[in-house]
Design a protein around this ligand. Structure first.
Ligand SMILES: [Zn+2]
Length: 54
């Protein structure tokens, strides 16, 4: 297992999702943030998490 590589891949996923339009509302944009203490991408408008990393 290469944990550093997996971590980098996760970070890439978050970076890719950030800036996309929200799937759950019409006007929100996804931004990097935290959801329940974990790295995530959340909508800045409705605060729905698009990705949560466990
Ligand atoms: Zn939204």
């Amino acid at each position: 297992m290469q944990r550093s590589s997996a971590r980098h891949a996760t970070d890439s996923v978050l970076a890719t999702l950030a800036g996309d339009d929200c799937d759950w509302c019409s006007s929100g944009t996804l931004v990097r943030g935290r959801f329940k203490g974990d790295d995530a991408v959340v909508c800045e408008d409705c605060e729905t998490p698009a990705v949560r990393v466990w």
